[in-house]
Each structure stands twice: as structure tokens, then as C-alpha cells.
Design a protein around this ligand. Structure first.
Ligand code: SF4
Ligand code: SF4
Length: 341
């Protein structure tokens, strides 16, 4: 068994700027047939997300009692469909003089952006960046009838071999995170590749490297000196999203700690602003202890005491976020370009 490359995303620092989304989109999915693809997206939570209601469908996919479930295809309207403009009329026919949508939008990425839940003054929201989790038990891989999906021995990155993919879309049905997309032009499934050509050069994935919030850690789970191992296995404050889906994700999240709720007199109370029940829904029951640990360490830091955890999460030096220098170059001499579609 080789190493497992991994990412920790600190939700306390995400400002929802979508720089990660744009970095990924412009690097990997600007071809025809990839319009709806956001290998990395950032959604406002609580919210329906992208594609629409993916969590509801996720419950019918992934692993349940060691059986693989196929939650159903996701029609294109779950992504919001096309949003055609009167481009031809304006630019080529000269019959109209300003760009407008031909049809009203009904959904799209960021449809719920910045929409709060709860009642004023205790309303709340936070941002959830999402990408393929490069799972240890990838449902997509198991579902593929032609073995086009594989998990690399050397770093655990999960890839769709574009030469082998037959477009059956069974991986789309099986991934509970809805992180396999379908390219209708070339009839193949495509997904996040964890920027493996960059990782092979010791460079962090574009979403992490471009993030102005310095909140994405990249490294190997097994690297005992690295921040990923410390945050996931030692401090236990970084948790997988929807662990009940059973795929054993390798992207982990530090849960958000917002200011506490106000009491009736307008003073801070002991009640959390984000209902713990909602965080349990996202990250499982281990979130309770993770929140306690984070708040205890925040207090230590406020009192001027040392806190390894807070120093890790603050990440004053951006290079401390990335620990991928020692990666072995995968498959030297192998031309990986067909993987990119
Ligand atoms: S998140 Fe989905 S697409 Fe990515 S490895 Fe896991 S099951 Fe496969
Ligand atoms: S670039 Fe960073 S701060 Fe901005 S949305 Fe993405 S993860 Fe959040």
C-alpha cells in the first residue's frame, strides 16, 4: 500500500471568494462539454449545493452495509442547465444591441450563495469548498464495469482513464458526493485529478495554491510530521464530510466555530450560533469533540499560552500548508495526457 495524498480544509477561514473554483475551472475544464463541471465548487451551507440537493441523492449512493448503491443519474437541470444568451443576435445578426438571457435561470452554482439560515440576529451561514475526496473506498471505481477508474498506488489519487471510459455513467450514479461529471460531447466521465501533474512536480493543486485564505493543507496522511496527520489523527479536529456515505474520504474539514448566539438581552450566550446538530449531519458525531478541542485551544491562545493547533491553523508561512515535496514521480515515462480528456 502506497501513500495517500490528502487535503485539510479549514472552514473557519474560507471567505467564499471562489478563487479556488476559478483556478480549477480555468486549468482543467474549459473545453466544450465541460461547461457544467466544477471539479472544485464552494457552496453556502446550509443550502442545496451543487449539483442541486446532492446530499439527498448521496444518501441513496455510496456504500451501505458493504453494498454499493446507485442513487440515480443527475439530469443536467440539477446543474442549472444551459443559460443561453442572445449572443448571435447581438454579435452576428445586429438585431439586438445588448446581451440578455433568453430564458430565466432556475438554478445554478452558488444559487444559495450567502443565504443565511436561522432567525435574525442569530442567523448564520458558512462556506463549504468541495472536490473529489480521492476516497479510500471509491464508489465510482467499484461501479465502473470496464475498470476505467483506478486509484494510484503511489499517492491514492483516483483517476478516470479517458481511453477506457465507455460513458456508462455508473460512476455518476454511485458517487455519493456527485463529484463525477459527464462530458456529453465526448461521452466520457471526468472528475478532479487532484492536479496530479502538479503534485508530481511537488507543486500543490491549483485550488490550494491560489487560495487567499491559506486554509487548504496538502500532504500525505502517513507523514507523521506533516500538518495533515496532526490535524486528522493527533488533534482529531479535521473530519471527513458525510462519513456515513462509507467511501472513506481523504479530504477533511475543520468545522466552523462562529461567534456564539445572542440571548434575549442581546448578549453573547453559551449557545453555538451554528446548531451542533447541523454540524453532526455534515461531519458525524466526532464533531462534538472536535469543536471542544478547537475552542479550548482558542482560549489558550487568547490567554497568551502556546498552542500547536492554533499555530498550525493560522499558517503564518504559506509553505507550511504544503508537504508534498517527497512524492515519487508516478509512472515515469508514462504519458498521462489521455487522462485529462
Ligand atoms: S468522491 Fe466520488 S468520485 Fe471522488 S473518489 Fe470518492 S466516490 Fe470517487
Ligand atoms: S479560494 Fe480559499 S477562501 Fe476562497 S473560496 Fe476557495 S477555499 Fe474559500
Amino acid at each position: 500500500m502506497g501513500m495517500q495524498v490528502s487535503m485539510v480544509i479549514d472552514l473557519n477561514k474560507c471567505i467564499g471568494c471562489q478563487t479556488c473554483t476559478a483556478a480549477c475551472k480555468s486549468l482543467w475544464t474549459d473545453e466544450k462539454g465541460q461547461e457544467q463541471m466544477l471539479w472544485n465548487n464552494v457552496e453556502t451551507k446550509p443550502g442545496r449545493g451543487y449539483p442541486k440537493e446532492w446530499e439527498e441523492k448521496g444518501k441513496k449512493s455510496g456504500w451501505k452495509d458493504d453494498k454499493l448503491l446507485f442513487g440515480g443519474l443527475h439530469p443536467d437541470e440539477d446543474f442549472g442547465g444551459e443559460q443561453p444568451l442572445n449572443h448571435d443576435e447581438v454579435y452576428f445578426q445586429g438585431t439586438e444591441d445588448r446581451l440578455v438571457q433568453k430564458e430565466p435561470m432556475t438554478y445554478g452554482a452558488n444559487w444559495d450563495e450567502d443565504t443565511s439560515s436561522g432567525d435574525y440576529p442569530n442567523n448564520y451561514h458558512f462556506y463549504l469548498p468541495r472536490l473529489c475526496n480521492h476516497c479510500t473506498k471509491p464508489a465510482c471505481l467499484e461501479a465502473c464495469p470496464v475498470r476505467a477508474i483506478y486509484k494510484r498506488e503511489e499517492d491514492g489519487i483516483v483517476l478516470v482513464d479517458q481511453d477506457k471510459c465507455q460513458g456508462t455513467r455508473l460512476c455518476n450514479q454511485a458517487c455519493p458526493y456527485d463529484k463525477v461529471y459527464f462530458n456529453h460531447i465526448i461521452n466520457k466521465s471526468q472528475k478532479c485529478i487532484f492536479c496530479f501533474p502538479r503534485v508530481e512536480q511537488g507543486v500543490a493543486p491549483a485550488c490550494a495554491r491560489q487560495c487567499p485564505g491559506r486554509l487548504r493543507f496538502v500532504g500525505y496522511l502517513e507523514d507523521q510530521d506533516g500538518p495533515i496527520h496532526k490535524l486528522v489523527n493527533e488533534w482529531k479536529v479535521a473530519l471527513p464530510l458525510h462519513p456515513e456515505f462509507g467511501t472513506e474520504p481523504n479530504v477533511f474539514y475543520v468545522p466552523p466555530v462562529l461567534p456564539p448566539a445572542f440571548d434575549a438581552a442581546g448578549r453573547f450566550s453559551d449557545e453555538p450560533r451554528v446548531p451542533t446538530e447541523y454540524l453532526r449531519y455534515l461531519f458525524g458525531s466526532e464533531v462534538d469533540q472536535a469543536l471542544v478541542t478547537i475552542m479550548q485551544e482558542m482560549e489558550r491562545k487568547k490567554e497568551g499560552k502556546a498552542s500547536e493547533l492554533m499555530d498550525l491553523l493560522i499558517a503564518r508561512d504559506w509553505k507550511s500548508l504544503f508537504n508534498i515535496k517527497d512524492v515519487k514521480v508516478a509512472g515515469e515515462g508514462v504519458d498521462h495526457r489521455p487522462l485529462l480528456g
